[in-house]
Structure formats: structure tokens, C-alpha cells
Write a protein that binds this ligand. Structure first.
Ligand code: PMP
Length: 425
């Protein structure tokens, strides 16, 4: 279906002149169906409006940060109040201490916190902390897991040199034997094992962590003196009110946070246990904007809402309804849909769709019906969504499946995703 995105199109043309490639990173629509807007005007609750004035029920939640709703009045009031008093000052305000106290009281393994801006700041700092603690170099991490956009972990090769990627060994998520092999290969140089709380890699089914894998990661770190890091930047507080692996009883030494911790305001964090405190105190880490007070005020309010509301139970209930409703509608329309991962972070992929052409078509049809879904990245629910919103999404899905059914034989391959069928993943 062809959509007319006139203001969006005009902005893309202007962007092409002054922004490299017109857009960078995950916000580029280069890997989204044609017709997806690049530019947005505003967000409120569970909805976003594109620059052409169209409103969408948003299942991307800004790729995670929107947990309680866009422009949540409780969080934004705290932010604005602090902005009026001072944000970027010569040093931090008392809020930094209050926030570290609140955060460490909620996250079982954590005794201290360092605040920063992006998830990549936190994951990179975790790596440096582990190396400072162990005086060793090697990190073991799962193939395909995303930990940020710094040279050591960016998924795209241009500009990255071999030494940026040195001292890293890879295992397969949930595969104990491959984890053991990588740790054995690291020998006496293992600094840390980096773990995603769930397998939430792009383009493929999600997977919950196997208890045996998580426990073995903990044991291997204990045996070797290495640190276990859980990267909760994306899943944090959508699975638990604690570190995500607390659900399976495995406590890391370090955990990394970002995205939703200030409900969309710029803040991330590295949390750690006493074991790593001296190393964390020794490394040099900082940033001009890391002490900003207003995002910390927003985070304190967000953490209060996480503790004091039933948001997580509601997200689970909404997510469960979405999953079962989609299953029913897909089956009724004759499609086999794989829905994987936690219901609060849904992902749906079609069977027999190796190059995602069905998924792209379904996503476009959902967009036409005012629902923003993603064809290959996990999505997110927010607490501003209602039962009625889920019904709206399911109605849209019914229409989208029907449209897909009528177009199915003639679906065009998605040129931009040719690499998916060409390369093993
Ligand atoms: N770790 C994980 C698991 C992530 O999902 C992300 C961001 N998608 C990051 C780290 C990096 O966070 P940021 O984009 O804020 O630097």
C-alpha cells in the first residue's frame, strides 16, 4: 500500500543534505517497510503522531524508554520542577544520592550505582570495571546479542579495527557447552561474562534464559574470579521490579540499565555489588551531562511508580491478551505466527517467511490501520495501554491478516532484506 508522507518526505530530503545517510542507527527506516514514517511530532500515553499528523498506537515505545506512557504527567512534573531549579550544574544535586539509594534498594545484587546517559555508556563501563577488577582482558558474550554502539560491540563493521574487537570470545545463548568452551578458551584471562537477560536478538525468535545456562555462567565466573554482567538495558523493569535474572534466582555482579528508568528522560546506570566496588571507584568515567538533575528527578518518580503501582501485572495481562488474541486471529486467517519471548516484549514472526516479506506486509497493513508494530525487532508494552487499545490492535490485526491473505500469492520480496536469505544468521 502506498502512503503519502509529504512532510516526512520533505524532511527526509532536507536530512539527506545535512545528516549522513539522512538518518543513523536504529532510527533509520532503511530496514522498515516502505511508508513507515521517519519523523514524529509528539507522543502522549500509548500513542505517537507522525509529522503528517497521523496517530498510531505505538508498540515500539521508543524502543523501550516509554514504560508509563509518553509525557506521563507524574514523571514529567518531577522533571520540569527540577529543570526550574537547575539541571546541568557544576556538580550533581542530592538527587544523585537519593537515586542511587532507591535503585540499589530495588535491585537485589546492587550495592552501588554510577549514572550515565546511554545504555552503551553503561555496558562499556561494565567492561572496563570488570577488566579493572580482574586485571584481565577477555570478555565472553553470546553471538548476535546487542550491547550497544561502541567500537567493541557495534554490529556494523565500518570503521572498526581488529584491536577494537580483540579479547572477545563468543558462545551461543542458552548453550552451556559453548559457554564452557569459550570460558575454557579464555583460560586465566577471563574478565567477565556478558549475558543478555533474554535472547532478544533482531530478526529471529526470542528465547527465555535456560536456568542451566544462567547458573553455569554464575558458577564459571565464581570459579575463575571473573564478573558476571547482566545487560538489562532493554528488558529492565519489563520482566521484574529487580534485575531480570532475579526471576530465575541468578544474581550478577554488575547490571546495566537505561531506556525506561526515567520513562524516556536521558539516563542510564551501571549497578554493581560490593565485590566490584573498588574497581568501579578506580576507573575514570564521566560525561558533561551525566550529573543532570532533571532526568534523575524523573527517574526517582519512575522508580516510585515501578514500586508502588501494579504496572507490571497490567503489562503482563495486556500482553497475554494481545498474544492469545493474535494467535486466534492468525489461525482463523490461516497463518502460522510464532510469538516468542515475554508477553511484555512481544515479537511475532511468520512461519515460512525466511525473507520476512509476509512480516513486512503485515506490519504495513497494521500501520495503515493506525497501529505501529515492528516486523523483526522485539516490541514493548507500556502501562498507558488499556484493554481497549489491545482490542484496537486485534481488530487491526484481523484486517491486516485478511489483506495479507488476499495479497499472499503476489507478495514481492523485500529488496532491502535480501541479506537475510543470503547470509546464515
Ligand atoms: N544493551 C541492550 C540490550 C540494548 O538493547 C541497547 C539498546 N538497544 C543497548 C545496550 C545500548 O543502549 P543505548 O542505545 O541507549 O546506548
Amino acid at each position: 500500500m502506498t502512503r503519502v508522507n509529504s512532510r516526512d518526505q520533505a524532511l527526509r530530503e532536507r536530512a539527506a543534505a545535512v545528516i549522513p545517510g539522512g538518518m543513523y542507527g536504529h532510527q533509520s527506516t532503511a530496514l522498515l517497510p516502505d511508508g513507515y514514517p521517519q519523523f514524529f511530532e509528539r507522543g502522549e500515553g500509548a500513542h505517537i503522531w507522525d509529522v503528517d499528523g497521523r496517530r498510531y498506537l505505538d508498540f515500539m515505545c521508543a524502543y523501550g524508554p516509554n514504560l508509563f506512557g509518553y509525557a506521563d504527567p507524574r514523571v514529567d512534573a518531577a522533571f520540569v520542577r527540577q529543570l526550574g531549579q537547575g539541571d546541568t550544574l557544576t556538580g550533581p544535586t542530592a538527587l544523585m544520592v537519593e537515586l542511587a539509594e532507591a535503585f540499589t534498594a530495588m535491585v537485589t545484587h546492587a550495592d552501588w550505582a554510577i549514572f550515565c546517559k546511554n545504555g552503551t555508556d553503561a555496558t562499556s563501563m561494565a567492561l572496563v570495571t570488570a577488566r579493572a577488577h580482574t586485571k584481565r582482558k577477555t570478555v565472553v558474550r553470546a553471538k548476535g546479542a546487542y550491547h550497544g554502539a561502541a567500537a567493541w560491540c557495534t554490529p556494523r563493521p565500518p570503521g572498526v579495527i581488529d584491536s577494537d574487537r580483540a579479547n572477545q570470545l563468543f558462545c551461543d545463548y542458552n548453550d552451556v557447552a559453548s559457554l564452557e568452551a569459550a570460558v575454557a578458551q579464555a583460560g586465566d584471562d577471563l574478565a567477565c561474562v556478558f549475558a543478555a537477560p533474554i535472547k532478544h536478538d533482531a530478526f529471529i525468535d526470542q528465547a527465555e534464559p535456560d536456568l542451566s545456562y544462567a547458573r553455569r555462567a554464575r558458577e564459571l565466573c565464581d570459579q575463575t574470579g571473573a564478573l558476571l554482567v547482566v545487560d538489562d538495558v532493554r528488558a529492565g523493569f519489563r520482566l521484574a521490579r529487580d534485575c531480570s535474572w532475579s526471576k530465575i534466582g541468578v544474581q550478577p555482579d554488575l547490571s546495566t540499565w537505561g531506556k525506561c528508568i526515567a520513562n524516556g528522560h536521558g539516563l542510564s546506570a551501571l549497578l554493581g555489588s560490593d565485590k566490584a566496588r573498588a574497581a568501579a571507584a578506580a576507573i575514570y568515567v564521566t560525561g558533561s551531562f551525566w550529573f543532570q538533575a532533571a532526568p534523575m528527578a524523573a527517574a526517582l518518580e519512575t522508580l516510585r511508580l515501578i514500586r508502588e503501582t501494579d504496572y507490571l501485572e497490567r503489562l503482563n495481562s495486556l500482553g497475554g491478551r494481545l498474544r492469545s488474541g493474535l494467535d486466534e486471529r492468525a489461525r482463523a486467517a490461516g497463518f502460522s505466527l510464532r510469538q516468542t519471548g515475554p508477553v511484555t516484549m512481544p515479537l511475532f514472526l511468520f512461519d515460512d517467511d525466511p525473507d520476512l516479506r509476509r512480516g513486512f506486509c503485515f506490519a504495513s497493513e497494521m500501520l495503515e490501520r493506525g497501529v505501529y508494530v515492528h516486523p523483526w525487532h522485539n516490541m514493548f508494552l507500556c502501562a498507558a495501554m488499556t484493554d481497549a487499545d489491545i482490542e484496537t490492535a486485534l481488530d487491526a490485526a484481523e484486517g491486516a491478516f485478511a489483506a495479507l491473505r488476499s495479497r499472499a500469492p503476489g507478495l514481492e520480496p523485500v529488496e532491502k532484506l535480501a541479506f537475510l536469505s543470503a547470509a546464515p544468521r
